[in-house]
Design a protein. Structure first.
Length: 550
């Protein structure tokens, strides 16, 4: 068991200054990190009135003896490093040595704790109004910290806070981030006596995701893992976590959770790496739901660059981002991304991820000239024929673009009027457009003749697709390779549309080609191609038991 030591002045000078306690959520963060650093496998957080009246954090960590408990409420004392060199190699979540005394300055503080081998009696340290009291107290091995009347002695600070609902939302968000960063720790959060979060601590990322979200989200996710041994030890990068399928998206990036060495952080580069791992599967204005844990050697990350400990500085940020992107990409490339259908029966929806690449599908028919109805292993699959055809066309275009996409000659050629800006784009990107299958030549003034258009899979694109493609190049909202956005746009034009009739043989051929795609479960714009409705969902809707026919 580590002992509490006073820091020397040099070390104190190296530790970042800044207020520790700004709102109830910051108190919860400090106390939870202390619990985790103490080796806790269970952390219970109870708050009343959003934490203003009471914050209680109980853990089953190694606890403290009497002398250490008294030192813990003094400034600049810590068990987490022993000298200035330790600042550069922090292997814990917190080390400033000022969290408890800072809390005691703005609230009444009670610390009750017992270390292993201390017998039945533990220690209670009370700090009220600057006065410290110490007494014996019964307690299991571990520590309980109670913070009462937060900011009661600093009314201006209390008045500057948000509404209780908003402050509790921050507390809930903070604990959710720790639950996702530490799936092997049991977390429980109660508010005014009501349990609002309960993570089981099984070690499975999907179980932590289920606790924070719901079954509809957790049931559509893939585990991810990647290792990079770096330069023989200090450069090792380990990535683990869970990424939801691209059909599960949110409007905010706040649902992309990243933790570095156990600490939840808001790192823009690592979040961007997670999104990059999805490639073209996401709609442009949506963010995924993912929880990614990065583990590095202590000297590969500086934990002490932000007063609220929300940011870290990585020694090799680009290298770490590459491993994160690869982990997400590989997880999604091997996962089945068929989205389970949300069928409204006023019953719970059964979630059943598909397990095949359409090899054993049986085409039943077509609905409204847009959806293919198929049977697979007793479940009903609904395929959006336009989205599916877009995906097939896109991957065929991608495969052919380095050579030349098949171009269908137009006889007679189509004539289009192009604006000055469109002409400039045409001249600037002529090589890419020709590789994509367009054949365009001047026809006098602002008129141009389109003599050939892309023809993937034998379906000929509308000549007016040229103007849409030029618009895509104009926006600038595209990957570094402009062909990606261009090809995604091109793939749409010759694809099947609503009302296009397909025979069962044609439908089966489309599904076979979709099954050959690298990412068959989303169109190039990120929309899902396949929904699965399992038999149990239908049975509930018809109030009968699910029985599979042999």
């Amino acid at each position: 068991m580590a002992t509490i030591e006073r820091l020397d002045e040099t070390t104190v000078a190296r530790i970042a200054a800044g207020e520790v306690v700004t709102r109830p959520a910051s108190v919860v963060r400090e106390l939870v990190e202390n619990a985790l650093d103490a080796g806790a496998t269970s952390v219970e957080v109870g708050v009343e009135n959003a934490g203003l009246d009471l914050i209680r954090v109980t853990d089953d960590g190694h606890g403290m003896g009497r002398d250490d408990a008294v030192l813990a409420v003094e400034r600049h004392t810590t068990s987490k490093l022993s000298g200035v060199e330790g600042v550069e190699r922090v292997s814990t979540l917190g080390f400033r040595g000022e969290a408890l005394p800072s809390i005691a300055e703005v609230a009444d503080l009670v610390v009750t704790t017992r270390a292993e081998g201390e017998g039945a009696s533990g220690t209670r340290v009370t700090v009220e109004g600057g006065e410290t009291g110490v007494e014996a107290a019964g307690h299991a091995v571990g520590t309980t910290v109670e913070v009462r009347d937060l900011f009661a002695r600093v009314p201006a600070r209390r008045e500057s806070l948000g509404t209780p609902k908003r402050e509790f939302a921050r507390v809930s968000d903070a604990l959710s981030r720790y639950a996702l960063a530490h799936p092997d720790v049991r977390f429980r959060l109660t508010h005014d006596g009501r349990t609002v979060l309960s993570a089981p601590g099984t070690g499975a990322d999907v179980d932590a995701l289920l606790a924070v979200y719901d079954r509809a989200v957790a049931g559509q996710s893939a585990s991810l893992a990647a290792n990079d041994e770096g330069d023989g030890g200090d450069g090792d990068v380990r990535v683990a976590g869970v990424a939801c399928y691209p059909s599960v998206t949110r409007a905010s990036k706040e649902h992309v959770y990243v933790a570095v060495n156990g600490r939840p952080v808001r790192d823009g580069d690592l979040r961007a790496a997670v999104v990059a791992g999805y490639g073209e599967l996401l709609p442009g204005d949506r963010w995924p739901v993912a929880a990614v844990r990065v583990s590095l050697a202590p000297d590969a990350v500086d934990q002490n660059v932000h007063p609220a400990k929300r940011e870290v500085r990585l020694r090799d940020p680009e290298g770490v981002a590459d491993v994160v992107e690869r982990a997400v990409r590989e997880a999604l490339s091997t996962a089945d991304l068929a989205r389970a259908a949300d069928v409204a029966f006023d019953t719970e929806t059964a979630l059943a991820p598909a397990e095949s690449r359409f090899e054993d599908l049986s085409v039943i028919g077509q609905f409204r000239g847009l959806y293919l109805l198929c049977e697979a292993e007793g479940d009903l699959l609904v395929v959006d024929q336009h989205a599916a055809h877009e995906r097939v066309n896109y991957e065929r275009l991608r495969a052919a673009v380095d050579g030349a996409v098949p171009s269908a000659p137009l006889d007679p050629p189509a004539t289009l009027s192009l604006s000055t800006r469109e002409v400039a784009l045409l001249d600037a990107h002529r090589e890419v457009l020709e590789a994509a299958g367009f054949r365009v030549e001047p026809f006098g003034g602002d008129s141009y003749r389109v003599t050939g258009v892309p023809a993937p899979l034998g379906r000929v694109a509308d000549p007016r697709a040229l103007k849409d493609t030029l618009d895509t190049l104009l926006t600038g909202e595209r990957p570094d390779d402009p062909r990606d956005a261009l090809l995604a746009d091109l793939a749409c034009h010759p694809s099947l549309k609503a009302g296009d009739a397909l025979s069962r043989a044609e439908a089966a051929e489309l599904l076979d080609r979709l099954g050959e795609c690298t990412q068959p479960y989303a169109c190039p714009h990120g929309r899902p191609t396949v929904l699965r409705i399992d038999e149990a969902t239908l049975a509930k809707g018809f109030e009968r038991s699910a029985t599979r026919l042999g």
